[in-house]
Ligand binder design. Structure first.
Ligand SMILES: N[C@@H](CCC(=O)N[C@@H](CS)C(=O)NCC(=O)O)C(=O)O
Length: 269
């Protein structure tokens, strides 16, 4: 059930570095699968956070100011004002923040080394395998195709790879016994994987036979910290498909989303 966040406070990009009584950290985000990981994390940790919108409509992810924090020009990034440091790449941000706030979402190595390592293994897998395959499946169908560049081979390849990754998670949930990816405990893996898995509809990946994955997605949609995190900076229920979005919401998201990213491409030589 989605609710308004009591932990989140919006600031402008200009204010992102300014110290505030509300929080020592500021998340630089947009409403995407990688962006939502940070609000979900802070909601789950129960730690107050400031956030600033890096507005894709204005190309702010490619502004000099943002590139000085992340030369890769991608959200999310995090500013830790109290310590005067920044970090980009969602996996690095999740690891840093969980350690910074001593969160059990990153099980300590001296408490359970295997669980600690599994958390890192699946987190790195999410950013290197699940995320890119889902991201490309969405890109070729929801951006390139809508803008007249239909490439069935690329679409087929990335759907197949995303499906393989989602099958891995379904199997992992079955073997861990759930309810979380690594078993009884909610970890950074759940935080990192959820926004992508919940967007299987948007990537056109068929998960109807993946019963463990479906139950896990549904459970996390109902978990207040996760559902609240999905509303910061704003909700895009169309990514999750019916019953989370109406046909009208889906139609308008298709047009809006396709206009949001530059189609940067080179012809093969
Ligand atoms: N490996 C990066 C991926 C980040 C990423 O792809 N972010 C996307 C949004 S989900 C982005 O900023 N895209 C902007 C663009 O392509 O211009 C991470 O995990 O943080």
């Amino acid at each position: 059930m989605s609710q308004t966040s009591r932990l989140a406070r919006q600031v402008t990009l200009d204010e992102a570095w300014s110290s505030s009584a509300h929080s020592e950290i500021c998340c630089l985000i947009y409403a995407t699968q990688n962006g939502w990981k940070l609000p979900i994390l802070f909601e789950e940790m129960g730690v107050p956070y400031d956030w600033a919108l890096v507005d894709f409509e204005k190309g702010e992810q490619r502004s000099e100011r943002f590139l000085s924090i992340n030369p890769n020009g991608r959200i999310p990034a995090l500013i830790d004002r109290a310590r005067g440091v920044t970090v980009a790449e969602s996996g690095a941000i999740l690891e840093y923040s969980a350690a910074r706030f001593a969160s059990p979402l990153l099980p300590p190595a001296d408490e359970d080394l295997q669980l600690h390592l599994q958390t890192k293994q699946w987190l790195h897998w999410q950013v290197s395998a699940l995320g890119p395959s889902m991201g490309q499946a969405m890109y070729f169908q929801r951006i390139a195709k809508v803008r007249g560049h239909n490439d069935p081979f690329a679409i087929g390849r990335f759907i197949a790879e995303a499906e393989r990754c989602l099958h891995m998670l379904d199997d992992q949930l079955a073997s861990s016994g759930g309810p979380f990816v690594l078993g009884q405990r909610c970890t950074l893996v759940d935080v990192a994987c959820f926004p992508y898995c919940a967007s299987a509809y948007w990537a056109n990946v068929d998960i109807s036979e993946m019963s463990h994955l479906l139950a896990w997605i549904e459970m996390l949609h109902q978990r207040p910290s996760f559902s609240t995190g999905l509303t910061v900076p704003f909700s895009r229920p169309a990514f999750f498909g019916p019953p989370y979005a109406t046909p009208d919401e889906i139609e308008s998201e298709i047009a809006r989303n396709a206009g949001q990213f530059a189609v940067i491409s080179k012809s093969p030589s």
